[in-house]
Design a protein around this ligand. Structure first.
Ligand SMILES: Cc1cc2nc3c(=O)[nH]c(=O)nc-3n(C[C@H](O)[C@H](O)[C@H](O)COP(=O)(O)OP(=O)(O)OC[C@H]3O[C@@H](n4cnc5c(N)ncnc54)[C@H](O)[C@@H]3O)c2cc1C
Length: 468
């Protein structure tokens, strides 16, 4: 590899044109460099974040076609002492990347399902919907997150708390193995019996370990769900929230629910009866038959008359309809927290902060019920944080001028929710940018210490920066 004569830019080092030209001869994918324009997407455009509030400006982007391209990208970064970060779908990008190499993994996407073993072999860059569809052909289902537009690998590396969290646990509980490019460019397969520390860390430790090029995921034998949502008009918001919170205290383990307060804009993409309204939507998912599902949902349906009731038998391929998260990129700002418990005092405070009469800057404020299978760690253990939490709280805002209010409101949340706060939250629900302080909330001190030592062993030079 030619010597690099680096050129300084406003923010970081860009490798020399010769070094980039050499990298281009070594990969089958595309290499994009900051400031170069050849008519195609720029480096920044190739790794655009899902939130348009976040604009990346990395020195080099390698749009990988193959695992060998990933290896070359990591070796190149190592030779030029550049950090390596990953881009699959951009859903997890909460702050701008302004240096180093970003490896884009869409070119590695793909799913193969083996119905005999019930294992899906999933390439990096794959979105959940592709897995859901491939598994559905065999009457099987992956344990996904709320949105099937999100990437499998980035989501699962955080643990993965989805709409079936109480009946089926975290997504990482279903992982059978990873294939990983390490900081020295070597490629390893890791599972419970091979490189067990790395396997433990990848099951919830999120980053700072390597590039996952493939993930093997066990699928659940599940073709349909009794699932959907109930939407209640503004006058029922308080009663339904209180009723749901009380109901969760004795809810069966095989039912997963959440509530979300929505301040819906008066815009054409919102269905007419809901346009411009403040509503509460209660999501419900039961992996069983309709008769039992109806019996289980009855106390929730009885809380108040619903504006809309979509709970019915759905194919598992329609799992994304339960939360109905928007898929288009937009100016979204998200934050989150984990709670130990919910009581009337919490509900009153939550409604005062984010309810219909508040001046909340958020479009959506949700609380997901955890517990059940989420509390049971896998044999051999995993690094997933948040198993001991009772509830996860999420906030989403989409109005750019109100971002300062969102930042202030999320900071205030950390203070006022202290009496109900869980001891640890989950990294997928952490507000960005991740600092030592925010990251310290994502794992128990013991798990965080073990993660630091696994990262130090597998990435001693910090090639894969973790946090901002
Ligand atoms: C609409 C929406 C719904 C969501 N729902 C849920 C939910 O229900 N439950 C939940 O737990 N989380 C949820 N999340 C959070 C989500 O899991 C994280 O944002 C996740 O990081 C997204 O991964 P990605 O690959 O799609 O995004 P990207 O931004 O492309 O990647 C995010 C990060 O994942 C890591 N990563 C990605 N690919 C690789 C790879 N091949 N090797 C190593 N590291 C990699 C990197 O650290 C990267 O920075 C949701 C997010 C959104 C925006």
């Amino acid at each position: 590899m030619p010597e690099s004569t680096p050129t300084e830019t406003a923010t970081t080092t860009t490798p020399s044109p010769d070094a980039v030209a050499d990298l281009r001869t070594r990969v089958t994918g595309v290499v994009l460099v900051r400031g170069e324009a050849d008519g195609g997407p720029s480096a920044a455009e190739a790794v655009a974040a899902h939130s348009t509030l976040v604009v990346h400006d990395p020195a080099v982007v390698v749009v990988a076609d193959t695992e060998a391209d990933v290896v070359e990208a990591v070796r190149f970064a190592s030779a030029h002492d550049l950090p390596v970060r990953l881009h699959a779908t951009g859903h997890g990008a909460a702050w701008p990347v302004t240096d180093g190499v970003v490896v884009a993994t869409e070119g590695l996407a793909g799913v193969e399902v083996d119905p005999a073993t019930r294992v899906a072999r999933i390439g990096a860059g794959t979105r959940w919907q592709a897995v859901v569809d491939a598994a559905g052909e065999h009457g099987l289902a992956p344990v996904t997150g709320s949105s099937t537009h999100v990437g499998v690998v980035g989501y699962t590396l955080g643990g993965g708390f989805g709409p079936l969290v109480r009946s089926h646990g975290l997504t990482t509980d279903w992982v059978r193995g990873f294939r990983v490019v390490l900081a020295d460019g070597s490629v390893v397969d890791t599972d419970a019996g091979s490189e067990p520390d790395l396997f433990w860390a990848l099951r919830g430790g999120k980053g700072g370990l390597g590039v996952v090029t493939r993930l093997d995921l066990e699928l659940a034998p599940l073709a349909s769900l009794y699932a959907g949502s109930l939407t209640f008009d503004v006058e029922h918001v308080e009663d339904v929230f209180r009723g749901w919170a009380a109901w969760t205290a004795t809810a069966p383990d095989d039912v997963s629910t959440s509530v979300v307060l929505l301040a819906l804009p008066d815009l054409p993409f919102i269905p007419e009866p809901l346009r411009g309204k403040n509503v509460l939507t209660l999501r419900f998912a039961f992996p069983g038959d309709a008769a039992e599902g109806e019996r289980l949902a009855a106390p929730l349906r009885a809380l108040a008359p619903a504006l809309a009731d979509t709970i019915t038998t759905i194919p598992t391929t329609a799992v994304a309809s339960i939360h109905a998260d928007p898929e288009d990129a937009g100016p979204s700002w998200v934050s989150g927290a984990a709670l130990r418990t919910l009581d009337d005092a919490f509900v009153a405070r939550f409604l005062a902060e984010y309810g219909p009469s508040s001046s909340s800057p958020f479009l959506a404020a949700e609380v997901r019920h955890l517990g059940g299978a989420a509390t049971r760690d896998v044999e051999g253990g995993s690094a997933a944080g948040g198993r001991t939490a009772g509830y996860l709280l999420g906030l989403v805002g989409v109005n750019p001028p109100r971002v300062p209010d969102m930042v202030a409101s999320a900071a205030a949340l950390a203070q006022w929710s202290a009496p109900w706060a869980a001891t640890e939250t989950n990294v997928n629900f952490l507000p960005g940018p991740w600092t030592d302080e925010t990251l310290s909330r994502a794992w128990s001190p013991e798990t965080a210490a073990r993660l630091r030592s696994v990262r130090a062993a597998y990435d001693p030079a910090g090639r894969f920066p973790f946090g901002s």
